[in-house]
Design a protein around this ligand. Sequence first.
Ligand code: NAD
Length: 330
Amino acid sequence: KKLGIALVGLGGYGGGQLAPALQQTQNCYLAGIVTGTPSKAEEWSKKYNIPQKNIYNYQNFDEIAKNPDIDIVYVVLPVSMHKEYTIRAARAGKHVICEKPMALNAADCREMIAACKKANRLLSIGYRLHFEPHNMEAMRLGQKNVLGKVTVIDTGNGFVYTGDPNAWRLKKALAGGGGLMDMGIYAIQAARYTLGQEPIAVKATQEKTKPELFKEVDETVFWELKFPGGQKVTGKSSYNNNWGYLRVTTEKGKFDIEPAYGYDGIDGHINGKPMNLPNINQQAAQMDDFATCVRLNKTSRVPGEEGEKDMKVIDAIYRSLDSGKWEKIG
Ligand code: NAD
């Protein structure tokens, strides 16, 4: 039997990516939804054949505890709501996938991890690139020193924000931050999974060219990470530049992925030669893997702890932007 997933938050990502991916999954399916908008409930119910008894709103959400159709709750809400809904889902006895960035800060991540542990439920973060062939190849090449040790990493991720100027993404209380929280997290992740090590300190600077749009959140951030191995690791994030690359230099060569972090069209090279790897439906692979983990009661390759590690780096980057100095991570 396929495990049932309930999506909480039927916005751009839930509706545009996760629901379609759940039409391709083998081990799980779209069993339920949680939405505050009755018209959306009706539309989704028809489109995806979701029975009325599996549709919840934010008020009656906790009743999901009594619903055996739902095994996994997938939290796809604004960042400030991740903690509350992850904890409520775990208390309702459901396993949880929570979108990135995991929470507003690392302290909140720890509360979420503890709540899931206490409820004896598995927690995973929506890090789809851990299932993406080119990014998995970067992990293998970097972590196994296939081309010798990694010496330099440069990576950036961002897009030119042209959306609603009043959207949650631009509100500090709801998003926690701007391009760094939303896009930079991929670049931080990539540096960490290419090296298979944790950074110990960071120094960051920022640039703001549209202060009227990015009143509350960061626009473009640049950082340098210090790793125990002494590699030179730089990164950048933006809501005002179209970036999306990972470039790695090693003792005996180089590899790169560009575009690196999108849903499709990912392309990579090793010493200038194509990686020749396929693009897959990352979200389907990610959710199928978590369903297997739940079935086997096995920790996901992207557990809550992975989300916490990125938030520790992001917390330190914001501290460095304030202090102008190197800040310790953790
Ligand atoms: P969105 O704005 O398109 O959707 C957010 C949903 O939350 C909407 O359905 C909205 O109705 C609902 N919501 C409930 N309470 C709300 C409130 N108080 N304010 C605003 N919306 C509220 O956002 P999105 O792009 O779908 O992002 C949701 C989450 O998914 C974020 O954490 C984001 O970082 C993450 N995301 C991940 C990826 C990925 O590739 N893994 C891609 C896009 C988004």
